[in-house]
Design a binder for this molecule. Structure first.
Ligand SMILES: [Fe+2]
Ligand SMILES: [Fe+2]
Length: 361
């Protein structure tokens, strides 16, 4: 009985929101109703801070979607759920060296990102708040490799500098980035210089170890992106005020963690090699000078570490989760990743404004 009642309430609330979305004139009435009921919440039920946090997350998800779409066009599964592109068989096969299901996982991660920004923007709109649209910045070139759509992009996957310190960060039992600790790189070469995560053209499809290095780069990049979301949602959730906004952050955030957990397992299967065209080295993470607790590839469950205070017992946790400056930290990490190389100053100004507003919440 109780379940039925709860389900009934959920259904009626959902149609209420949809009604507000569908009926332009009705939205004003809905907004006024909520504002009267709870004067603390401006603009139809959202505080400016909650709206700013949701807008920054919508922007991050739009950017994530753009990069995942490019991976899916060449190395995923192109279908009605994630349309666009026609696949690069050679690149797809190189990715499948990391796991035979890589194309399926890329497809599913891409679809998730589409739903994240679409939902957050729809929720903002339902509350009469401004939504996020970055279409004017879709100007970066597509890969020229066979299989990619030729459309303007928001992100650049062809000059990546991938910070691979997340690898040791989740394996360390004594350090936590929220205490100012730093971590060694799993693939030192990837963290300096610029490398493609997708074939830039069909010329990148050979020699074999060059293409495999591109697929390995993608493998480590996937986990880099998703560990970012894994920290961003808990970091920002500490500053939202409305229980429903908190519910959104607490419900999306862990899906980023599900992605990350898969990707860090797959990255560990990237074969050790040296790219003959540029000298990029993927080391054997199970052998000296790597190996051990900090690098062994099957240690994919988070190790316990220090949390909040050093005097507390260690705890297995997401890290970092510090909330101060979390949005700007994410924006800086994505920028340092090389994703926005080629974007004009106006793009960075918009990203910074969105991040500053979220951090001021
Ligand atoms: Fe996402
Ligand atoms: Fe994600």
């Amino acid at each position: 009985m109780e379940t039925t009642e709860t389900a009934g309430r959920t259904t009626s609330r959902r149609s209420f929101v949809l009604g507000g979305l569908a009926l332009g004139a009705g939205t004003i009435g809905v907004g006024r109703l909520l504002a009267d009921a709870s004067p603390a919440f401006a603009s139809g039920g959202l505080t400016p801070g909650d709206a700013a946090i949701l807008r920054f997350l919508a922007a991050a998800e739009i950017l994530e979607t753009d990069l995942w779409q490019q991976y899916n066009e060449l190395g995923g599964i192109q279908d009605s759920e994630v349309p666009g592109g026609s696949g690069s068989p050679a690149y797809t096969a190189a990715l499948q060296v990391l796991d035979s299901d890589m194309d399926q996982y890329i497809h599913d991660n891409t679809e998730d990102e589409f739903t994240h920004f679409t939902f957050i923007n729809a929720y903002l709109a339902s509350k009469g708040a401004d939504t996020v649209n970055l279409d004017r910045f879709r100007t970066l070139p597509s890969s020229q490799a066979t299989g990619a759509q030729q459309i303007g992009r928001l992100t650049n996957l062809m000059q990546l500098t991938v910070d691979t310190s997340w690898w040791a960060r989740y394996r360390s039992r004594t350090k936590n980035p929220d205490f100012g600790d730093t971590f060694p790189q799993a693939v030192p070469g990837l963290s300096s210089g610029q490398f493609p995560g997708i074939p830039r053209s069909d010329a990148d499809l050979k020699p074999k170890n060059h293409l495999q290095a591109i697929a390995n780069t993608a493998g480590f990049h996937f986990a880099f992106i998703e560990q970012g979301g894994t920290s961003l949602y808990p970091s920002l959730s500490q500053r939202v005020t409305h229980p429903e906004v908190l519910r959104i952050l607490l419900s999306i955030g862990p899906t980023e963690t599900m992605h990350f957990q898969t990707w860090q397992d797959k990255a560990g299967n990237a074969p050790p090699l040296t790219d003959p065209t540029n000298g990029l080295v993927f080391p054997d993470l199970n052998a000296p000078p790597f190996g051990g607790e900090d690098f062994q590839t099957n240690l994919i469950m988070p190790e316990p570490t220090i949390f909040l205070r050093r005097t507390f017992p260690v705890c297995s946790i997401i890290r970092p989760t510090e909330t101060d400056g979390a949005a700007m930290g994410a924006a800086k990490a994505l920028t340092a990743n090389g994703l926005f190389i080629g974007q004009p100053p106006a793009f960075f100004a918009v990203l910074q404004d969105l991040a500053q507003a979220a951090d001021a919440a």
